[in-house]
Ligand binder design. Structure first.
Ligand SMILES: O=C(O)c1ccccc1NCC(=O)[C@H](O)[C@H](O)COP(=O)(O)O
Length: 228
């Protein structure tokens, strides 16, 4: 899996349609967050996911940490992929793989100023049970671990790409103007963006999504050529 583009933080059907029309692959729906600040209801998200065609994927982004609860939620929502942003233990990841073997699991690696050793250990202990890792940024001012709009140290992401036996999606402060550099420098398998694609009202801006997809596709093609 190389060259995948995800756009996260879907608000409604119109936004999902826009993102698919502009050529992104996966759509992320943030639900069951600690601060209960979801952008849409679970019923609305489930209805949007149901209409997504098989060449695209709806991904639930959540802080749930219990394998049984995660499986039940994915079944209720009708999704085949989950992005786990909480502190899920390797035991729960293993259980999730056992009870939901077909569920595609992304595990977040939240980059802080000094936690490369901790993240390396998560990669080592969790790789067997996840399909993809996603790096993201931490906001020390708010404690937020996602949708921060902040960049993190790309050297850390690049190191995680090198050591991970699983593909890595890069996220955190990406936008149409920096996504090509991020792909060139970090060499991720996938990229994701949320706030960097919004307009001043908090909705996805069609031209930003278009440029993000175009820039990412070109950079993925260049890096694939270079790697032969
Ligand atoms: O998307 C959210 O609302 C969200 C909320 C809480 C944790 C994670 C969340 N999203 C995860 C993502 O995949 C975001 O796209 C990622 O954090 C990047 O966001 P941004 O820096 O705004 O591009």
């Amino acid at each position: 899996m190389h060259g995948l583009i995800q756009v996260a933080g879907i608000i409604d059907q119109a936004e999902a349609d826009l993102i698919i029309e502009e050529g992104a692959d996966w759509l992320g729906f943030a639900l069951r967050l600690p601060k209960k600040n979801e952008d849409l209801s679970e019923a609305d998200a489930a209805a949007i996911v149901k209409a997504i065609q098989p060449e695209h994927k709806g991904v639930i982004i959540t802080y749930l940490t219990d394998a049984d609860e995660i499986k039940g939620f994915c079944t209720d929502m009708g999704v085949g992929a989950i992005q786990l942003h909480g502190d899920v233990t390797p035991e729960q990841l293993r259980r999730l793989r056992t009870i939901a073997p077909d569920l595609y699991v992304l595990k977040s690696l939240v980059v802080k100023s000094d936690n490369i050793d901790e993240l390396s250990k998560i990669v080592e202990s969790s790789s067997e049970w996840v399909d993809m890792f996603i790096t993201d940024s931490f906001n020390p001012a708010t404690g937020a671990k996602g949708a921060t709009g902040l960049l993190h140290d790309w050297n850390v992401s690049a190191e995680l790409v090198r050591i991970s036996p699983r593909p890595l999606m890069m996220a955190g402060g990406l936008n149409p103007d920096n996504v090509a550099d991020a792909i060139e420098q970090v060499r991720p398998a996938a990229v994701d963006a949320h706030t960097g694609l919004e307009d001043s009202t908090g909705r996805k801006d069609r031209l930003k999504v278009r440029k993000f997809v175009q820039e990412a596709r070109r950079a993925f093609a260049r890096t694939a050529d270079e790697q032969g």
